[in-house]
Design a protein around this ligand. Structure first.
Ligand code: NAD
Length: 354
């Protein structure tokens, strides 16, 4: 056994079906009386539902969360929080809403309870990505980690099948990068393998039948494990490329992760033979390796494979490669700009990874 270091992220995690009903007792346990509920405008009805369940115990709803956590929205939300006299925050939604909860909590010290409804995994990480003047910056601090996470599979049932599958691949990408991390360790490796397995098994079922409760439950469990991987160890080329494409070209988060994953894995494959052996077993394919396994899984899930569908231009490839190579994250294979440019070209065109 190699030497390793493992830092556990300490949140109180409540997982299951109907667990939203544990919210009042969790608030009581924490001595909190007036949370501000956070959501996107699309999910305000879920926030209203929770407000009704908490009866008088709510300071208000701020339904202005949007993708990539712009600091202007955080400023507005902090004003709303102060005006409401809230003593805590409850974010109900995907990574965008949870990002807003983290941004407010980090600046105000308000307790943050997260109720995730996608598979993005932000709730399980001490990482906050924010945008200001069109640039995305990321910081990591233990104070950013939500104090409580309530996973209630019932709240994920409304996530459309197409969003569920790309969100699930976004989660798998955290685990794939964690398996290759420089600071990887056996605990994270276990979580990564179990997380990938749960999602690889459940996503095709959700694709066929989004109302399948067991598959939804398994996917949410996998998403939690993959989120813990993201929050525990360093990410490499895959995440650097996706942060570049999201932050500088405004490409959609989960869809971009789903397109890049097999390409970034194919790039690193020659340097991570041990990891590839693990992934080959988790993603069996007709011709043997995990890269083909991912190609086939994405096809089966009918996920779009080309960045050009999302507005990324062929003329942007060189600029994106420049940005991704300026300050690369640590990567098991040296990051070489001409090869990254070719990787991005393939992803732009929607070619299969190989
Ligand atoms: P999202 O939060 O933007 O959600 C996408 C859309 O789906 C929104 O309109 C949302 O309201 C809706 N939605 C969410 N759950 C739903 C449900 N159950 N039913 C119906 N509609 C639902 O998307 P996301 O992919 O979850 O999050 C992306 C954002 O999260 C990005 O900004 C990304 O950078 C961030 N993120 C951060 C971390 C981190 O650790 N800091 C990790 C992952 C993602």
């Amino acid at each position: 056994m190699h030497n390793f270091q493992y830092q556990a992220n300490a949140a109180n995690v409540i997982f299951g079906s109907g667990t939203i009903h544990r919210l009042p007792s969790e608030l009581k346990r924490l001595g909190l009386h007036s949370p501000l509920l956070l959501s996107t405008s699309q999910q305000v009805s879920q926030a209203e539902h929770i407000k009704a369940a908490l009866k008088s115990q709510v300071a208000g709803i701020f339904a202005g969360a949007v993708m990539h956590t712009p600091v202007e929205v955080t400023g507005e939300a902090i004003k709303a929080a102060r005006a409401s006299g809230c003593d805590s925050l409850i974010s109900i939604g995907g990574g965008s809403t949870i990002g807003l909860g983290k941004a407010i909590s980090f600046r105000t010290g308000l307790y943050h309870l997260a109720i995730p409804t996608t598979y993005a995994g932000s709730e399980a990480t001490p990482i906050l990505g924010e945008t200001e003047h069109g640039r995305k910056t990321t910081r990591s601090d233990s104070k950013i980690l939500p104090g409580t996470i309530i996973y209630d599979v019932d709240l994920t049932m409304t996530l459309p099948a197409s969003m569920s599958t790309v969100s699930g691949i976004n989660a798998i990408a955290h685990a794939v990068d964690a398996l290759q991390a420089r600071n990887g360790n056996p605990i994270v490796s276990l979580m990564a393998q179990q997380g990938i397995k749960a999602l690889v098994q459940s996503l095709p079922i959700i694709h066929q039948d989004p109302s399948n409760h067991d598959a939804r439950s398994k996917a949410l469990y996998g998403a939690w494990l993959c989120g813990m991987c993201l929050g525990s160890v360093g990410m490499s080329l895959h995440h650097k490329l996706c942060h570049t494409l999201g932050g500088s070209f405004n490409l959609p988060h989960a869809e971009t992760h789903a397109i890049i994953l097999p390409h970034a894995l194919a790039y690193n494959a020659p340097e991570i033979t041990g990891v590839m052996a693990i992934l080959d077993a988790l993603l069996p394919s007709d011709d043997g390796d995990a890269i083909q396994g991912f190609n086939q899984l994405l096809e089966r899930l009918e996920i779009k494979r080309d960045l050009k569908s999302f507005g990324f231009q062929e003329g942007d490839i060189a600029k994106a490669a420049d940005i991704a190579c300026i300050n690369p994250y640590w990567n098991p294979r040296q990051v070489e700009k001409p090869l990254i440019q070719e990787l991005l070209r393939r992803a732009w065109a929607g070619e299969q990874a190989k």
